[in-house]
Ligand binder design. Structure first.
Ligand code: KG4
Ligand code: ZN
Length: 342
């Protein structure tokens, strides 16, 4: 691939309409995100139908802004990449169809990218020196997954969540504490003023040691709040937030370390929206330092959903000749397979 190979990447799997132009080697020429937070906030979560409609409205402007900021005309593009799953069906379809039309109109290749591969590749933007093999921990609103990245698009799935994803647990607990949507960042803010040892939420015992389960911790918080309310007791929500956040961080650190030890790896890459959390980043950094593990954290803007990471991932698909046809479809429940090349 030439150094000047320009990919327009499109991401619309949930509530962010995003487009970026990227060059090989994780060079990002533009990274435009139109967040729909304001649209969904009053409902306390993403309303899929509203998300799709807003993607349709925003997409042309977001793509246009990405091209303008990159100083590239549509005719100067070499490929178009798009997230085809996992995500909300209607939301994904907006991006997939837009990308198809764009690639077809320009007569350039179309690349379908798995959103999870995109998250994994976010760290290749911030740390171009990062090379497999390494352990990746994806902590997002939809997924919590420990992966051994053995080579390009070559994965061994080590563990995942049995129930809620880490971000989902943050969002649900935030709602219980009376915070708005999305709850993760607001819970982090509230936790700053709290005592993390005020409550001890127990970590569940699982037969697969690298798996996660967050619903028990979430339910413990909900019960605590409801019991206090029914007894008319005042609760310091900052203490609850800090204790919850600590328990989640303990769980993530323990499993990440066990995965590194089990795979004999000393490189750990964190990605996904929850790794924008400063407390979790700090805890991981402390653990990595103590255990002599090299920790790779994406810049915060590449933790939550964005199209630059999709463009970066697309380069791996292109290198491995995985070009999509015009029959590319959205796959809402797309998983991470051992190889994206099959
Ligand atoms: O990766 P992402 O943007 O979307 C998915 O692919 O799911 O992750 C969104 C999730 C949401 O649950 C959000 O609350 C969480 O990431 N999140 C955070 C923080 N920032 C975003 N969770 C905890 N602390 C944060 N600072
Ligand atoms: Zn995501």
């Amino acid at each position: 691939m030439k150094d000047t190979f320009k990919i327009l990447a499109i991401e619309s799997s949930c509530d962010e309409t995003a487009a970026a132009v990227v060059l090989p080697g994780g060079k990002v020429l533009s990274n435009v995100i139109h967040s729909q937070i304001a649209l969904h906030a009053k409902y306390g979560g993403v309303v899929p139908e509203l998300a799709s409609r807003q993607h349709i409205k925003s997409m042309p402007y977001v793509v246009d802004a990405a091209l303008r900021q990159a100083g590239v005309s549509a005719g100067g593009l070499d490929a178009v990449a798009v997230t085809y799953g996992p995500g909300l069906s209607g939301a994904l379809l907006c991006g997939v169809n837009y990308a198809k039309a764009f690639a077809w109109g320009l007569g350039i290749p179309l690349i379908g990218v798995n959103h999870m591969v995109g998250h994994i590749c976010a760290n290749h933007i911030t740390h171009p020196e990062l090379q497999p093999p390494y352990i990746a921990l994806i902590i997002s609103g939809g997924h919590t997954l420990l992966v051994h990245v053995c080579g390009e698009l070559d994965y061994i799935l080590l563990g995942g969540t049995r129930d809620d994803a880490a971000g989902e647990a943050f969002d649900k607990v935030a709602r219980t504490l009376g915070l708005g949507y999305p709850g993760g960042p607001q819970l982090e803010e509230l936790a700053r003023g709290g005592d993390e040892n005020a409550y001890s939420f127990t970590k569940p015992k699982l037969d697969k040691p690298l798996d996660f389960s967050f619903s028990g911790i979430k339910t413990a918080v909900i019960n605590l709040m409801q019991n206090a309310k029914s007894r008319g007791q005042a609760i310091n929500t900052a203490d609850v937030a800090a204790s919850f956040q600590k328990r989640i961080a303990d769980f993530l650190c323990d499993n990440a370390l066990a995965a590194c030890r089990g795979a004999g790896s000393d490189s750990l890459s964190l990605c996904g929206g929850v790794c924008a959390n400063g407390y979790i980043r700090g805890r991981m950094q402390a653990m990595a330092e103590k255990q002599h593990i090299k920790l790779y954290l994406p810049e915060k803007k590449y933790c939550t959903d964005n199209a630059a990471m999709i463009g970066c991932a697309a380069q791996l698909y292109i290198k491995n000749n995985k070009i999509a046809g015009m029959n590319l479809n959205a796959i809402p429940n797309l998983g991470l397979k051992t190889s994206e090349l099959n």
